[in-house]
Design a protein around this ligand. Structure first.
Ligand code: AMP
Length: 399
């Protein structure tokens, strides 16, 4: 079955068409600047020229129409007609407590995703718009919602209940949900396969280090804790997000210096983290380059980042009673040897030994620990799209 995977952001849309007979990605595309001047669709197929559409795309429905046209274009020759798309899998950021698994989308499911808007006001609305647009344009194609929060629904209460008045959880759903679930699930399953072990026997720490960063403790194949929280702002430091800080900083800035809640939101989400400390960029490549040139704040940003990740790895090894394998994934985790090394520095007592030559390889499945290392360390490129497509096919084939 050819499965279209859609990931809608507020002004962007990423897509992939995957042939699920072979799990081969046939085409990848990105639409940017939806609803803004200068909309552009760029589609890539291996070994062929890029296919680009630069046309006004005032909304997601128009963008998806262009995606469907791009998929049937003669130059790329991927599919002859839309009828070849057997199913669509949608990435949905927040499924609240209701969804611990992916689900076939019907009106009721769409309503439940709408109910979660207050929990993810930036993310769920574009996800819903994408689903609605696809349903309108492909009314007979089954669609599945795959939630970023679902994998973490196995966390025990001591991990997900915040130490706040319990009524805030009961009344408003304030608790840890965790995000990047599809990625943590993919790499934890992949590492078990790569090591030839039953996932039920493994204690894994997964480190998803990209623009957003989160770690998870995966024991016996289940997420038992993760670093993001009620929103993706919590946990370790990220590109522009602060990660967890003392919440009193907020009332202090508001009371003493007249910051508004919007200012605070902007600071914590967009002006903090690696960007905020370094003053250089949120992009790790820029900050690494500046640090090498001797920029002290760039170095400090990296030092803090490594420290936070290191502390989180140790904490998760602690709560699992040890660790069998540590996995690095996403843009930074897959590509930056120095970051991996620094995030592990001082944690050798856990039982691993790093092989520097292996660690210098990037962007592919690679063990970076030595053959004799008791605890293993790997980099595993994440593949959230494939995970979404797998879930989609699994559910659709039961229809
Ligand atoms: P993602 O959100 O997974 O796309 O990851 C984006 C992050 O990965 C950005 O901070 C990039 O700077 C970082 N990144 C990508 N390639 C490299 C690289 N070769 N070395 C260090 N960081 C990288």
């Amino acid at each position: 079955m050819k499965t279209l995977v859609i990931n809608c952001g507020s002004s962007s849309l990423k897509y992939q068409l995957i042939d699920m007979e072979t799990e081969e990605s046939l085409v990848q595309g990105l639409v940017e600047r939806i609803g803004i001047d200068g909309s552009i669709l760029t589609q890539k197929v291996e070994g062929k020229n890029k296919y680009v559409i630069e046309e006004n795309m005032p909304n997601h429905k128009t963008a998806i129409k262009h995606v469907l046209n791009a998929l049937v274009n003669k130059e790329h020759n991927i599919i002859e007609s839309m009828d070849e798309i057997g199913a669509v899998g949608h990435r949905v950021v927040h499924g609240g407590e209701k969804y611990s698994h992916s689900v076939i989308i019907d009106n009721e499911v769409l309503e439940s995703i709408r109910d979660c808007i207050s929990l993810a006001p930036l993310h769920n609305p574009p996800n819903i718009i994408g689903i609605e647009a696809c349903r309108e344009l492909m009314p007979n194609t089954p669609m599945v919602a795959v939630f970023d929060t679902a994998f973490h629904q196995t966390m025990p209460k001591e991990a997900y209940i915040c130490p706040l008045p319990y009524e805030l959880y009961e009344k408003y759903g304030i608790r840890k949900y965790g995000f990047h679930g599809t990625s943590h699930m993919y790499v934890s399953q992949k590492i078990a396969e790569v090591m030839g072990k039953d996932i039920k026997d493994l204690k894994i720490v997964t480190c998803h280090l990209g623009n957003g960063c989160s770690l998870a403790a995966v024991k016996g194949g289940k997420s038992i804790d993760t670093s993001m929280g009620f929103t993706p702002l919590a946990g370790v430091m990220m590109g522009t997000r602060s990660g967890s800080i003392d919440p009193s900083v907020i009332s202090f800035l508001m009371e003493q210096y007249d910051y508004t809640i919007n200012d605070i939101d902007e600071i914590l989400n967009k002006k903090s983290g690696v960007l905020g400390i370094s003053g250089v960029s949120s992009d790790f490549r820029d900050v690494l380059a500046e640090s090498e040139k001797g920029n002290k704040r760039a170095k400090l940003a990296l030092d803090i980042f490594h420290y936070k990740v290191r502390a989180q790895i140790a904490a998760y090894a602690g709560i699992m009673g040890g660790v069998d394998v540590i996995v690095f994934t996403a843009g930074i985790g897959e590509n930056s040897a120095i970051t991996r090394k620094e995030c592990l520095r001082g944690l050798e007592f856990l039982g691993f030994e790093i092989d520097d030559e292996r660690n210098s390889i990037r962007g592919k499945i690679q063990e970076i620990s030595t053959d004799t290392s008791k605890v293993k360390v790997y980099e595993i490129p994440t593949n959230e799209e494939l995970m979404i497509a797998r879930d989609t096919v699994k559910l659709v084939s039961k229809l």
